[in-house]
Design a protein around this ligand. Structure first.
Ligand SMILES: [Zn+2]
Length: 355
């Protein structure tokens, strides 16, 4: 109903229905509590709770160590490659529910290789099969950023980077770097990212989340980052902010994740608006949605509620994310045009005249 609904309700409705793009969401961090429960039951894995309420509590962010424990517990429950295919399909279903049409999903197969002895090959096969099922059902398209986890043993990290290069024709579009940033700086990964550069695989490391601007500078200089996961602590260095804006280096920002992890103490301290106004291309993302009790739709709403973004700015962020995505140019153009038409139709249907 348009009549009688407040402007606020119309904006919320617009955000819910608008076509979206997500460039920074972790496959393993997107496993819903109910899915974790059924996986644990199937494989007889011990969880710290036996019901949904308990798992939601377990998921609640306490500190980074607990976060890693939850993450590892999820990986414990992904016992077979079929499980990984199933959670990929579920991520696609959830994306369709929020009208997210294209995702660059971060996958960390090294962890599963390490703890369950699966092969990179079979993991990716099942991920692609799950994605294909979601695409057939909903038209959702997904591609993969293969993350090297900093905390893994060197041979697993190396095998992951090599596999990412081999799998460039199977949906892997970039090499990422995740895990404990402060403990393992970019300097340790120059060889792996050098290898990726030679093969033409773009570099998209996490940086500037739990470490400061130095980590971002080194991700740029030593790892040739073309896009940065988080990067929000660039705000501590005005020279870096100018550099990112001038060189059009996009940041993948996950506001709720940043607040929950404690990168910033409050919404007032979060630099999202300042980074956007400085002219840095940025996308908005959910990172590990159930672990931060959020969704991409909620993150868009956060931009309106906490940072006073207009719908025109949300549209701009969405098409901007497509522009800096790793989709082929022709596909990008088509999607951007589709989105713009749909934004207009949606505004008209909901009676929104804000520009
Ligand atoms: Zn992340």
């Amino acid at each position: 109903m348009v009549d009688g609904s407040s402007q606020q309700q119309r904006i919320a409705q617009f955000i819910e229905e608008m076509p979206k793009v997500e460039l920074h969401v972790h496959l393993e961090g997107a496993v819903l509590p109910e899915t974790l429960l059924s996986l644990a039951k199937r494989h007889d894995v011990d969880l710290p709770a036996k019901d949904l309420e308990g798992i939601r509590d377990f998921y609640t962010f306490v500190d980074f160590d607990h976060f890693v424990r939850v993450y590892m517990k999820i990986n414990d429950c992904l016992v077979t490659p079929e499980d990984v295919g199933m959670i990929t399909e579920e991520l696609g279903n959830e994306a369709a529910r929020q009208n997210i049409r294209y995702l660059e999903v971060t996958i960390s197969p090294g962890t599963l290789v390490y703890i369950h002895g699966m092969s990179f090959d079979e993991i990716l096969d099942h991920i692609n099969a799950g994605a294909e099922r979601a695409r057939k059902k909903h038209g959702v398209r997904m591609q993969w950023v293969l993350d090297v986890i900093r905390d893994m043993p060197p041979h697993i990290r190396e095998a992951g980077a090599k596999f990412a290069i081999e799998a460039m024709d199977r949906g892997v579009v970039a090499l990422g770097l995740g895990g404990t940033e402060a403990k393992y700086p970019p300097e340790e990964f120059t060889d792996l990212f050098g290898m990726a550069r030679e093969a033409g695989l773009p570099s998209v490391p996490h940086a500037g989340e739990t470490a400061g601007p130095e980590s971002i500078w080194n991700a740029l200089k030593l790892l040739d980052a073309v896009r940065i996961g988080h990067g929000v602590r660039a705000i501590e260095d005005p020279e870096l902010v100018s550099y990112l804006a001038e060189n059009r280096i996009p940041l993948e920002i996950s506001p709720t994740s940043n607040i929950q992890i404690g990168v910033f103490d409050s919404w007032e301290d979060h630099p999202l608006r300042r980074l956007y106004d400085a002219g840095i291309p940025l996308s908005v993302n959910s990172d590990d949605p159930p672990m931060f009790n959020t969704t991409l739709t909620q993150e868009y709403q956060v931009l309106v509620d906490r940072f006073e973004f207009t719908l025109a700015e949300l549209e701009d962020i969405t098409t901007g994310a497509l522009e800096v995505s790793f989709l082929p140019e022709a596909e990008k153009k088509t999607l951007i045009q589709e989105f713009q038409v749909e934004f207009g139709e949606l505004r008209e249907r909901l009676g929104i005249d804000e520009k």
